[in-house]
Write a protein that binds this ligand. Structure first.
Ligand code: S1T
Ligand code: MG
Length: 540
């Protein structure tokens, strides 16, 4: 076995099911082994940001590892934003990069693709990964790989693995997985007793499920716990899509001033808010109508549990949820809650289309054909997704990078085999929408809803006086055929309904629906979000 094969077997053993990548001369040797060994399927895309976003989506939806394989310098550094997004949003992404070999590193020349020093790339990735290894010693490589992959899964953060091009085919032993981390049982019991006591004493406890619940495969366990404790469940903006397929008493998504007032008050007035795996970020909590007193919450995140002024270290979410389930008697009952309403039955008439019409039409489509997994980009399309029925959703709700939607949709279909729905604005589509041109060779056929307001509309809502947010209205629909798909421009609700029905009926080719939306026409959620943020930021 050679070093790359050892690495690939370890990736597969740790949950990787595919690799997205773009090679380069520093990467050709390890790409050759990927292709010849067939240990993991390789999908190449057109631009490294798309590679990173697609691999990130695989990590999120599959509960295993996402793998992004690139070349040194121009390739890896082109993917920094996607890896930073994965770091911020706790996606277990493995970055594989080719690198210079020993002899060329000592040549005395500055090498092509080198930035400042030969180690610059390694140093840059230290800032956006939780572990980094350079496989320049075959004897040490198995242990290095085991440590890095264990950290990737335990911390649910990206790791960086550099493969010098003279090492790819060097003989190497198989990787032995690192031993599971041990949790102090007494500390765990004390911590769980503290949580249960606070929940018992609370008059209005609420459970908020965050992204770690998906990352560590705990959705069913959390749903069961909520039913046993008769705890209403909400997700944060970033956690939208969680528990969609679990039997949880899920009320909806907490959006502060932009959300359903009843749900907002329930969360903000709770005297026992249990945050499981939730990132305490501005996009999740800065739009609170009434500031949430974090000292009254129980936060289980990043391997720690914080209650009041006490923090229990080394407390993985899975251990805490597991022990809670051991301590709370099964009731066999399902705790029912009032779910947030979703718009249905769009009138298919000659009226122009609003984002809320799109959500309504998608809800009607899923009611007829079953749920579709969704990949959403940033922009009003993501706020519109808050009006779509609960279904699997991957989106950069906190790091908020554009360009995620289309590549992530391709990752979803590669990872699940299910046909995804992609929500993307025209500005974001201009960035990475062209990855659709890779669908034909892999048989992917996403349905792409392109919110075309010819504008960076989200920015305009915050700064209406700036005309630099005006974009030209590109003819995206006409471009689809040239990329191997079908495209149509729709201007009315009747045209939207017909286009969706046709898209659903057409398999084997991506379907791009270029939806004309007037400038300044926003989703209800974004309108409330902007009004709320402006109100909250007014000088008191
Ligand atoms: N560049 C990247 C890679 N990500 C970003 N989030 C931004 C810039 C800033 C930015 C937004 S929202 C937005 C930009 C440029 C406009 C999005 O336009 P479009 O995709 O057409 O969607 P919509 O018209 O619905 O707004 C965030 C706030 O920082
Ligand atoms: Mg736009």
């Amino acid at each position: 076995m050679n070093l790359t094969e050892s690495l690939l077997h370890a990736l597969k053993a740790h949950g990787a099911r595919q690799i997205f990548g773009i090679p380069g001369d520093f990467a050709l040797p390890y790409f050759r082994v990927i292709e010849q060994s067939q240990i993991l399927p390789l999908y190449t895309l057109s631009h490294e940001p798309g590679v990173g976003f697609a691999a990130d989506a695989c990590a999120r939806i599959g509960g295993g590892l996402g793998v992004a394989a690139v070349t040194y310098g121009a390739g890896a550094l082109n993917m920094v934003n996607a890896v930073a997004s994965a770091y911020a949003e706790k996606a277990p992404l493995v970055v594989l990069s080719g690198g210079p070999g020993k002899l060329e590193s000592r040549s005395g020349f500055v090498l092509h693709h080198q930035a400042k020093t030969l180690d610059s790339q390694f140093e840059i990735f230290k800032e956006i990964t939780c572990d980094q290894v350079r496989l320049d010693d075959a004897a040490r490589a198995p242990a290095d790989i085991a440590r890095a992959l264990a950290n990737c899964l335990r911390q649910s953060r990206p790791v960086y693995i550099e493969i010098p091009r003279d090492m790819a085919a060097v003989p190497c032993l198989p990787v032995q997985a690192a031993p599971d981390e041990q949790v102090d049982p007494d500390a765990l019991d004390a911590c769980v007793s503290g949580i249960l006591r606070r929940l018992r004493e609370a008059k209005a406890p609420v459970l908020m499920a965050g992204v770690e619940v998906r990352r560590f495969g705990l959705e069913d366990q959390v749903a069961e716990l909520a039913n046993r404790l008769a705890l209403p469940v909400v997700t944060s903006f970033m956690g939208r899509g969680l528990l969609a397929h679990a039997n949880a008493p899920l009320m909806g998504t907490y959006l502060g001033v932009a959300g359903q007032p009843e749900l907002t008050q329930m969360v903000e007035n709770s005297d026992g808010l249990l945050l499981l795996g939730e990132i305490v970020s501005d996009t999740n909590f800065a739009v609170s109508e009434k500031k949430i007193d974090m000292r009254k919450t129980m936060r289980v995140l990043d391997g720690e549990v914080t209650m009041g002024y006490h923090t229990y270290a080394d407390m993985p979410l899975a251990a805490v949820v597991g022990r809670l389930l051991e301590r709370v008697e099964a009731t066999g009952k399902v705790f029912t809650v009032k779910q947030e309403p979703f718009p249905r039955h769009m009138v298919a008439d000659e009226a122009p289309i609003t984002p809320t019409d799109i959500a309504t039409a998608v809800n009607d489509l899923m009611a007829e054909h079953g749920k579709l997994p969704i990949a959403s980009d940033v922009g009003d399309c993501l706020f519109t997704a808050m009006d779509i029925e609960h279904t699997a959703l991957v989106a950069p709700g906190y790091y908020a990078t554009m360009g995620y939607g289309v590549p992530a949709g391709l990752g979803l279909q590669a990872a699940t085999g299910e046909r995804p729905l992609i929500l993307v604005g025209d500005g974001a589509f201009q960035m990475t929408g062209w990855e659709l041109g890779n669908c034909r060779r892999y048989g992917w056929d996403p349905i792409v809803l392109l919110f075309n307001n010819a504008s960076w509309e989200m920015l305009r809502t915050f700064q209406p006086e700036s005309s630099f947010n005006d974009l030209d209205r590109w003819g995206f629909a006409e471009m689809a055929a040239g990329m191997g798909g079908d495209g149509i421009r729709v201007n009315t609700r009747a045209e939207l309904k017909a286009a969706l029905d046709r898209a659903m009926a057409t398999r084997g080719r991506f379907q791009l629906i270029d939806i004309s939306i007037g400038r300044g026409v926003l989703s209800d959620t974004l309108s409330r979000f902007v009004a709320g943020v402006k109100r909250l930021n007014q000088p008191q």
